[in-house]
Ligand binder design. Structure first.
Ligand code: DAH
Length: 336
């Protein structure tokens, strides 16, 4: 009797474990459970009946064996149940075809996007990107740019003067740079010709803030110096630049103007969709500027240009108020 019962336990266990392992779905596993572990009609009940028929002195030993088998099968069943449930949960978590909420991620500021586009365009024409400090000295913001001591551009009402500091050999006014032309000087001081650079960044002027003016704005400065640079090169570069940025073939026109650091100087306009748009200021680098940085104006010539970046961003993104760019309003910024 004991041997029969033990053989029955063993074959129950073997068959149950095989059936559990073979169950490939939760439904199939449920069928296996009913057969092997079911309380009402399952095979476990048959084994229990064997226990009832055993001699009293065999019962403790058989009871222990029965329990071991029962626990082992129950454990195998639970493990299989968990394994069958798991892949479905995992698949739901990574199903890339399911529509879901878009994750909120940051994006580039419209001014940054415009600057990146500018860099791309002029980069293709061989201009590399140079940088300079926003806190400048009198020499780089004015003197080296041929802006004389009494020039109105130095007016304290038009500049953010901060302090006087000893710079180089003497005391100098220190200010937030009012133009990126300062970087022309810094590059030429450091580099022998030829140079071909752009510099993009912030400038500061205490303008009254309104829809088209801000006390902080961005410019792109361009500079090319070489042995045979002419105004035709300047016009060609600006035409290619405007064509690439605006996406249409455009005409460029020069209007006579004056800047202390260029001679001759021009205002640049672009004919786009039947309207003349102001692009910025430009000209041939003044020989005085070349001499200041140790270049020989008899050996090299150069052109320079300076463009306001906000105007282009406003045009491209149809922004009608410059202040929107700098208010950090998430509702505005998340549109780009
Ligand atoms: N720095 C000028 C401004 O802020 C813009 C400018 C004009 C830059 C002519 C240039 C240039 O390099 O050649 O108004």
């Amino acid at each position: 009797m004991t041997a029969d019962a033990q053989a029955a336990f063993a074959s129950y266990k073997d068959e149950a474990l095989v059936a559990i392992a073979a169950a490939s779905s939760e439904d199939a596993l449920e069928t296996v459970r009913v057969e092997f572990l079911g309380k009402k009609r399952g095979r476990l009940r048959d084994l229990q009946a064997l226990l009832g028929k055993a001699e009293a002195d065999e019962r403790p030993m058989l009871g222990k064996a029965f329990n071991e088998v029962r626990v082992e099968v129950q454990t195998a069943f639970e493990a299989r149940q968990a394994a069958l449930a798991r892949p479905q949960v995992a698949a739901a978590a990574v199903d890339v075809t399911l529509p879901g909420p878009r994750p909120v991620i940051g994006r580039r500021h419209p001014i940054t996007r415009t600057m990146d586009d500018f860099k791309d365009i002029v980069g293709r024409m061989g201009f590399s990107v140079a940088t300079g400090p926003e806190l400048e000295d009198d020499h780089h913001n004015f003197v080296a740019l041929n802006i004389p001591p009494v020039h109105p551009a130095r007016d304290p009402l038009d500049n953010f003067y901060l302090a006087t500091a000893s710079v180089g050999s003497g005391d100098q006014a220190v200010l937030m740079r009012s133009q990126t032309s300062t970087v022309q000087i810094r590059v030429m001081e450091q580099t022998a010709p030829p140079v071909r650079i752009v510099s993009l960044g912030r400038c500061y002027r205490p303008d009254t803030i309104d829809a088209t003016h801000h006390c902080m704005f961005h410019q792109m400065e361009g500079l090319a110096v070489d042995t045979d640079i002419t105004m035709a090169d300047l016009k060609t570069v600006l035409k290619h630049f405007a064509t690439a940025f605006l996406g249409d073939d455009v005409s460029v026109r020069f209007r006579p103007s004056f800047f202390p650091f260029t001679e001759p100087s021009v205002e640049v306009d672009v004919l786009w969709r039947d309207r003349w748009l102001e692009l910025g200021g430009a000209g041939m680098v003044d020989p005085n500027v070349l001499r200041q940085v140790g270049y020989d104006p008899d050996e090299v010539t150069g052109f320079a240009f300076g463009l306001g970046i906000e105007r282009f961003s406003m045009m491209r993104y149809q922004v009608t108020d410059i202040r929107r760019f700098f208010e950090n309003d998430y509702r505005f910024l998340s549109q780009f």
